[in-house]
Ligand binder design. Structure first.
Ligand code: G4P
Length: 535
C-alpha cells in the first residue's frame, strides 16, 4: 500500500466528555463494534473512584489503566481507527488537552439530561484553538432528558459552534423508540438491551409512508414529521468542509449503554472524519504524505515499577514512515536515536511494530531523553506547534523536608514535570521551586511518587498566585525593565521563559493596562521557536 493510501485509511480521534456523560461506555462500545474486544466490561473506567480505600492505590490503579488504554486501535469499514484515551478526572485535564493535540478529530459525548457541563466547555475551547472537527453524540436517550431542540440551542450557544443533526430521536426516556437517520432515510428502532449489537432498521424514504405510523404509532410519527420539517427548515444542509474546518458539528442521538446509535455513529465517523492532515511546525507546514518521517511526543508515562526508571513516550507520527531500528533525529538534543522495541497498541494488548504511518501513535521506551513536545525527524530541525501549556490554577512552593535527599528531589521534580504531571516554575533568589497544577490531586501524586520512586520527601506551601502569564514584547528593553521592576513576581518556566505571577485578577488587569507594550499570555507552548535559536 502506498504512503498516501496508508494516510487516507487512518482516523485518529479522542472521545471527550464531562465526567459521567458516558465516555468510558462509548469507548467500550466502539471497541466492541470494531471487533477489538469481544465482551462488554473489558474496558475499565479510568476514573478516580471517590471514597476508594486509599487515594494512592487509586492513583496507581488509574495510572495502570491509563497505560493500557492510552491508544486503542482497530479496523472498521476499511479504516484504521486510532482511539486515544483521555483521563476522566478533571484534575488531569492538562493531560487531556495535550492528547487533543495528537488527534485529527473528536467525538464529544453529551448527557441528554445534563446538557452542556463545565468540563465540556473547557474541552471545546481547546478543540477550537486547533479547529479540531467535532461530532456530537447525545447520550442516555433512554432517560428523560431535555427536549432535543433545546439541547441543540444550548450546544450552539455555549460551545460556539454550529450544529447539524444527522439523526433525529423519536421520543425520549421511557417513550424512546429510536432515531430517524436523516441522510440514510431509515428508521433505527430502539430496544433496551445491553448485549444486542445490531439495531432493527426500517428503510423509510418518505416520512409520509404509512409504514412509519404502523411502526412507531401515529402520535410519534406525526411528531417526527413535524420535527424533521423544522430541522430541514432551520438547519443548513450538512457540509463536510465546514465540519472538517471545525465550524459545524454533526449531531447524533443514542444510548451507549444499550449499544444504540453507536454503529451508526461509527459508520458516519469513518465516512466523514478527516484522515491525518497537514501540520504546522515552527519552520513550515508538514504534509503527512511527505516521504521523510516526522513525529512528536505528546505524552510521557512513567514505569509503574519504581525499580525501572524507564518511561514510555507516546509519539504521534505526522509524516512519512516510522521504522523500527532506523536512526531518527531528536531535534532538541541534536542527537540520533533508534528504537528497537517500538510499541503499537491494540485495545488491551501491545505489540512490537516494524513500521508506523501518519496518524498512528506508538510507544517508545525512554530513559529520560524525551520531554513533551519533542520532535523526531529524519534530520530536519522541525518543531511542531500546538502543544500548549495552560496557566495553572493552583500554585505551591516545594519545600525539601530531607536535606540528605536534595539531589533526588531535584531529579524527581524535574522528571515528573517533564512527564507533564505538573508545571515547574523557578523563582530567584534562592532557586525556589513552584509547582503549578490544574487540580489538587496532582500534589498528592507528586508527593507520593517523589517518595516512592525517588526516595525524596517534601511538603508544599500554598502561594497566593492567581495566574501565571507568559510574557512577550516586540521591545525587549521594555520587557527586561518590566522584569527587573517586578522581580519578586517573575519566575522562569522549564524552558527558561519568563512568566509573570499575578496575585489577583485585579492586579493582573492593572499590570496589563499599565504595560501596553507587553503581551501577557495564558497559554504557552512546551516547545518554542526560542528553543531553536538557543540551540
Ligand atoms: P464517563 O466515562 O464519561 O465518566 O462515563 P461512564 O461511561 O463511566 O458512564 C457514567 C454512568 O452513565 C455509568 O453509570 C454508565 O453506566 C451510565 N451510562 C452510560 N451510557 C448510558 C446510557 O446510554 N443510558 C443510561 N441510562 N446510562 C448510561 P454508573 O452507575 O456510574 O456506573 P456503572 O456502575 O453502570 O458502571
Amino acid at each position: 500500500m502506498s504512503l498516501k493510501e496508508e494516510v487516507q485509511k487512518r482516523r485518529t480521534f479522542a472521545i471527550i466528555s464531562h465526567p459521567d456523560a458516558g465516555k468510558t461506555t462509548l469507548t467500550e462500545k466502539c471497541l466492541l463494534f470494531g471487533g477489538a474486544i469481544q465482551t462488554a466490561g473489558a474496558v475499565k473506567s479510568n476514573k478516580i473512584k471517590k471514597g476508594a480505600a486509599s487515594d494512592f492505590m487509586e492513583i496507581e490503579r488509574q495510572r495502570g489503566i491509563s497505560v493500557a488504554t492510552s491508544v486503542m486501535s482497530f479496523d472498521y469499514n476499511n479504516c484504521k481507527v486510532n482511539l486515544l484515551d483521555t483521563p476522566g478526572h478533571k484534575d488531569f485535564a492538562e493531560d487531556t488537552y495535550r492528547t487533543l493535540t495528537a488527534v485529527d478529530s473528536v467525538i464529544l459525548v453529551i448527557d441528554c439530561v445534563k446538557g452542556v457541563e463545565e468540563q465540556t466547555e473547557r474541552l471545546m475551547e481547546v478543540c477550537r484553538m486547533r479547529d479540531t472537527p467535532v461530532i456530537i453524540f447525545i447520550n442516555k436517550m433512554d432517560r428523560e432528558g431535555r427536549p432535543p431542540f433545546d439541547l441543540l440551542d444550548e450546544l450552539e450557544q455555549k460551545l460556539h459552534i454550529s450544529t447539524r443533526p444527522l439523526a433525529w430521536p423519536i421520543g425520549m426516556g421511557s417513550d424512546f423508540q429510536g432515531v430517524y437517520n436523516l441522510y440514510e432515510k431509515s428508521l433505527y428502532l430502539f430496544s433496551a438491551n445491553k448485549t444486542k449489537i445490531s439495531d432493527d432498521i426500517v428503510a423509510i424514504q418518505d416520512l409520509n409512508d404509512p409504514e412509519l405510523d404502523k411502526t412507531v404509532g401515529e402520535r410519534a410519527a406525526n411528531q417526527l414529521r413535524e420535527d424533521v420539517e423544522l430541522v430541514e427548515g432551520v438547519y443548513e444542509p450538512f457540509n463536510i468542509e465546514m465540519y472538517r474546518a471545525g465550524l459545524l458539528a454533526p449531531v447524533f442521538f443514542g444510548s451507549a449503554l444499550n449499544n444504540f446509535g453507536v454503529k451508526e455513529l461509527l459508520d458516519a465517523f469513518t465516512r466523514i472524519a478527516p484522515p491525518p492532515h497537514e501540520r504546522e511546525s515552527a519552520n513550515r507546514v508538514v504534509a503527512p504524505e511527505e516521504n521523510k518521517f516526522s513525529g512528536f511526543i505528546f505524552k510521557i508515562h512513567a514505569n509503574l515499577d519504581p525499580r525501572h526508571r524507564d518511561r514510555i513516550a507516546f509519539l504521534r507520527v505526522c509524516s512519512g514512515k516510522f521504522e523500527r531500528n532506523k536512526f531518527f533525529h531528536h531535534v532538541r538534543l541534536d542527537k540520533n536515536f533508534r528504537f528497537s522495541n517500538p510499541y503499537a497498541f491494540l485495545a488491551q494488548d501491545k505489540e512490537v511494530i516494524e513500521e508506523a504511518f501518519p496518524g498512528d501513535v506508538i510507544g517508545l521506551y525512554d530513559t529520560g531523553n524525551f520531554k513533551i513536545g519533542d520532535t523526531l525527524t529524519e534530520g530536519e530541525d522541525l518543531i511542531f506547534k500546538g502543544i500548549p501549556s495552560f496557566s495553572p490554577e493552583i500554585f505551591r512552593e516545594v519545600i525539601n523536608t530531607d536535606p540528605m535527599k536534595t539531589k533526588q528531589l531535584e531529579k524527581g521534580v524535574q522528571q515528573l514535570t517533564d512527564e507533564g504531571v505538573a508545571q515547574l516554575f523557578i523563582q530567584q533568589p534562592g532557586n525556589r521551586k513552584i509547582i503549578g497544577t490544574v487540580g489538587e490531586l496532582q500534589f498528592d501524586v507528586i508527593q507520593y511518587r517523589l517518595e516512592n520512586e525517588y526516595g525524596a520527601s517534601c511538603r508544599f506551601i500554598p502561594m497566593n498566585v492567581y495566574k501565571a502569564c507568559w510574557l512577550t514584547s516586540e521591545n525587549l528593553e521594555v520587557l527586561d525593565a518590566f522584569c527587573r521592576i517586578k522581580a519578586k513576581d517573575i519566575a522562569f518556566d522549564k524552558d527558561n521563559n519568563r512568566v509573570y505571577m499575578a496575585e489577583t485578577e485585579w492586579q493582573l488587569n492593572m499590570t496589563i493596562r499599565n504595560n501596553p507594550e507587553i503581551q501577557f499570555h495564558f497559554i504557552s507552548e512546551f516547545t518554542t521557536t526560542e528553543h531553536m535559536e538557543r540551540k
